[in-house]
Design a protein around this ligand. Structure first.
Ligand SMILES: *Cc1c(COP(=O)(O)O)cnc(C)c1O
Length: 376
């Protein structure tokens, strides 16, 4: 093995499309339309078509996409927003910043996604929205969420920063891409995401024209037209350079998703009957685009395994080391250890193995044989 194993290999990926990326960047420089240039509109149109969404509104990052979604839905201080406890911080942070109250729910031990069976009992008269997070590349079971939301008249926001391109199948056989089934979806183009730029970026998607208009206005200082400020907004833009790069990368997203699915199948095969490891399960209702391949380490302390891999030159990551309800920033909400046992257990067991568009089978074999040596 010449090259060392990497968690993601953005440079290797770049080299395979260098002429196209370099040209896209050069064109932006030549046009000098660094803000709101033509590629931003083109990218939004292409992403809308890819997702099957009526409108795509680009913005500065995935966290602001969530904040703009909350604002566009008219959420107000004191409103409760339900979200999973096993999650990245963004949906809770954006809610808290706006004076909304994050209300956590435990997750399902197989999918790592929000446990629909535990959702209804936390709905109160103050609940205004549910944020579902399509974690690690697999869509949440949307049908029961959407029917609960209809029953209680609450909005559904899909945080789709990790599952762009995943396809959800409703019980009647209808299929939709993750992110466009609720009222509004959000995503992030952080470099390591499955569709990542070379800097920050984000977007919202919706089939609701009114919500699209409001979101677009909020992302642009609340302007209805230039220097007419209709409401309080943000300055949240996807810059032209990122849009130009993302246009090149979007064309390859399906091919990359397929590549990661195949790499995941190789891990499954190599790890399948290994004691002390649980491989990620696949739900019957969603494809899995494997933004992350996350195993559970049950045979030995996870951190010991992670350290031993590191010593052997093999990177791995922990998403996430602590559930949101036990983070100091959210201590004011009054949750305690034991409130969400599945999320808490996952945080001590999960380990993400390298998975990316340049990963080689020999590297996976090397990773797995080292894992076996460590655990057995
Ligand atoms: C990456 C991520 C975000 C935030 O995206 P940024 O662009 O970094 O703000 C939000 N939610 C989830 C689930 C993410 O993985």
């Amino acid at each position: 093995m010449g090259k060392s194993i990497q968690m993601v290999d953005l440079h290797g990926q770049y080299l395979k499309m260098k002429p196209e990326i370099d040209q896209a960047i050069q064109e932006v420089i030549d046009s000098s339309a660094f803000i709101n240039g033509q590629p931003v509109k083109e990218f939004a149109g292409e992403l809308a078509e890819y997702l099957g969404s009526k409108c795509v509104i680009p913005c500065a990052n995935g966290t602001e996409a969530l904040q703009i979604a909350y604002m566009a839905l008219g959420l107000e201080p004191g409103d409760e927003v339900i979200m999973p406890a096993f999650n990245y911080v963004a949906s809770a942070e954006a809610a808290a910043l706006m004076g909304l109250k994050p209300v956590f729910v435990d997750v399902h031990p197989d999918t790592y996604n929000i446990d629909v069976d535990q959702l209804e009992k936390v709905i109160t008269s103050k609940t205004k929205a549910i944020v579902v997070v399509h974690l690690f590349g697999q869509s949440v079971d949307m049908e029961p969420i959407l029917s609960l939301a209809r029953k209680h008249q609450v909005k559904v926001i899909e945080d789709n920063a990790q599952a762009l391109g995943a396809v959800y199948t409703f019980p009647d056989g209808t299929q939709h891409k993750a992110g466009i089934m609720g009222d509004i979806g959000t995503t992030s183009f952080f470099p390591t995401k499955t569709l990542g730029g070379y800097g920050d970026g984000g977007a919202m998607f919706t089939n609701n024209d009114e919500l699209a208009t409001v979101s677009r206005m909020i992302a642009s200082h609340g302007q209805a037209k230039k220097y007419t400020f209709e409401r309080i907004g943000l300055n949240s833009r996807l810059d032209t350079m990122q849009a130009a790069i993302l246009r090149v990368k979007l064309k390859r997203l399906d091919e990359w998703n397929l590549f990661r699915q195949e790499a995941a199948a190789v891990y499954d095969e190599l790890l399948g009957n290994m004691k002390g490891i649980e491989i990620p399960s696949r739900s019957g209702f969603s494809t899995h685009v494997f933004h992350q391949y996350v195993i559970r380490v049950t045979g030995k302390p996870r951190d010991e395994v992670k350290d031993a891999l590191k010593t052997a030159g093999i990177p791995s990551m922990v998403y996430y080391p602590s559930p949101l309800h036990l983070q100091q920033a959210f201590a004011y909400l009054g949750y305690r250890e034991g409130d969400f046992p599945v999320a808490e257990k996952l945080c001590s067991e999960v380990l993400a193995l390298p998975i990316h568009t340049e990963l080689q089978r020999e590297e996976q074999e090397q990773i797995v044989s080292k894992l076996k040596e460590i655990i057995q």
